[in-house]
Write a protein that binds this ligand. Sequence first.
Ligand SMILES: N[C@@H](CCC(=O)N[C@@H](CS)C(=O)NCC(=O)O)C(=O)O
Length: 146
Amino acid sequence: MAIEIDPQLFGVFAFWSGILILKIMSMALLTAKQRFAKKVFANSEDLMNKSDAKVKYDDPDVERVRRAHQNDLENILPWFLITFIWLQTGPSVWLATQLIRAFAISRCTHSLFYAVVPKQPHRALSFFVGYWIMFYEAVSVILHFL
Ligand SMILES: N[C@@H](CCC(=O)N[C@@H](CS)C(=O)NCC(=O)O)C(=O)O
């Protein structure tokens, strides 16, 4: 079976994939920022002889960013896979464009409301926008290849 994706849609997918990769990468920088601000590190060699720095695994601000990072991995990685497959089932260009954009924006707002300006129900709503988009794509793929 030949793998075929509408070239215009592939461009949309590629563009927003790049944005999402940068977004995931930004969580590592945000974690480092919190570690240096709070002077808490994960390994003794990271202390670099600073007397006021310590190894700590339960700083609430660092752990918050780490959870946001983990939540990205739990959602964005499966999205790459299922969206790449779903695009080969011939969805309408308009619908696929809207869903790809909505997913990417929802993941950005999830991080914002988790790690930058903690706020509920904003974080949960952001999460569920992405969750249901992935659910829809997964069910569409299953039905298409049934
Ligand atoms: N692994 C997630 C599964 C459920 C989930 O992703 N919930 C969203 C919406 S409330 C979330 O932001 N969870 C916080 C988190 O993953 O730390 C959890 O432990 O909460």
